[in-house]
Write a protein of this length. Sequence first.
Length: 618
Amino acid sequence: MSNKKEKLFAEFTAPTKQEWLDKIEVDLKGADFQKRLVWRTNEGFSMQPFYRKEDIANLATPEALPGEFPFVRGNKKDSNTWYVRQDIIADDAAAANAKALDILNKGIDSLGFRIPGKLVSADFVETLLKGIRCDIVEVNFHTCQRHSLELALLLADYFGKQGYDKEKVAGSVDFDPMGKIIGRGKDTTALLPVAVQIVEALKDYPNFRCIAVNSDMLNNSGAYIVQELGYALAWGNEYLNQLTDAGVDPVLAACKIKFNMGISEDYFMEIAKFRAARLLWAGIVKQYGPACDCACRMVVNAVTSKYNQTIFDSYVNMLRSQTEAMSAALGGVHSIVVVPFNAPYEAPTEFSERIARNQQLLLKEESHFDKVVDPSAGSYFIEELTDNLARAAWKLFLKVEDEGGFLAAAKAGTIQDDINATNGKRHDDAAKRKEFILGTNQFPNFTEKSEGKAPAACACGCGSGGEAPFKAVNTSRLAADFEQLRLQTENSGKVPTAFMLTIGNLAWRQARAQFSSNFLACAGYTVIDNLGFKTVEEGVDAALKAGADVVVLCSSDDEYAEYAIPAFKYLDGRAMFIVAGAPACMDDLKAAGIENFVHVKCNVLETLKEYNAKLGVK
């Protein structure tokens, strides 16, 4: 059988890369290869439309083995399993305990407790963990940074009293004072020496980490993937450097650091990010001379993004978080938190939390993502993407080091400025629909109402009074501007009605009516489409009869010279008049008094704000 296969394959000559390129050039029929097919990433490098074995011949990553330094292919050798984690607000110990016990029977094997600092006490910890086997279930804790040491000491005491095998206790305490500088602009430098004491308190628990790098806040502030990765590495290195300078053994220091990273919507790039992150972190830790390579393993808790979640058409958030969770699982992370789909506008409900849990369980129990180690390995595209991303992130890491390290850069505000600039660019791109937000700035649900939904306020209990001494990242979601506009329209008591006056060429009028309907529905306007009219007068009369506040003329560019001015004059100011498109005769139409045009080059957000102002929507 093998001989037959060999003979069969021998009949075919493998085309060279140049032959593929020549064929592509023919198929493009003169179109620019670089513009049409090469992906220019936000991360500053380009990806080709296809890769061959020779493209990765000089890369080291394909030769790596699972579970071995530099861990690019994952920390495990025999599986790709991860912890399914759910976070709980623990402002009532008994209630949080009851909820934890309940969800442990529903597929969760990692718990995250957010405890208000003022409630930290031995009694609270005992009540919270009653009936929870901390040597079987991973337990993670977040509290006020000033109470983290107290919590760590209480946990160590509690674990000891329970007689747990210290090697079986897994979890973390989320101590990250530098995160407060980045996220809130607060001066928490006085807390940095506490890190050594927390590490000392938990040194006997090798699988319990207590120093956190919360780069998910960068993800939730709109950071590009290379920014989150590069800054996360510098962030972790700063803690590692401070701990070792204080006399902590490099192995102990590295084994106490945990990364909480975000997951964006860029599916393949995120898979590559987690692979590149392990590769680079292993190299960083290696420079500290640890006694064993096991200290070079990067432990990542991946959290689906809040940045791209929306209030309107919120069930689409499930699709977003599902692909994000897939990226993290295929990327080989330690644990995953799926943020419930309704988090942008309300406290998660029993239903939304159940869906979030099941999203991960489906990946495990039905898709078997936990069975194969590094399933993306050997993909020429993923290997090249991992390498390019690692190179770009390393350049950013070195730049931060040249600025004096992460802490110095955070105090100077250069990191925050970089992230906020990206966030501003992404908001601007969303306003122009260069970046799509399904259901918000593209293909909105025309009939959806907010039904009382509004952006959720920050639930942080750390107190943010007074002027912050440092800059902070801006955490406004990508959809926030459009949501504010749509809520303004809905709450004004005067929702404009937009009427599509379709006339002339069938294909053009239908396409432009669809475009204009989507455009105006982004602001929550009521849209009335039509099959077409024989005359503009007939269309205008129908629009006024329907109570239209806006009349949109939809036709072809050539026909606008015939229809636009007569329609505008016949309407005679009884409603706003818009021409759908940017025809060659636009200057003539403007000279006749027509001032409103909607087309692909418009800034959708600013245009709709202008229309709201003209229509008296406040």
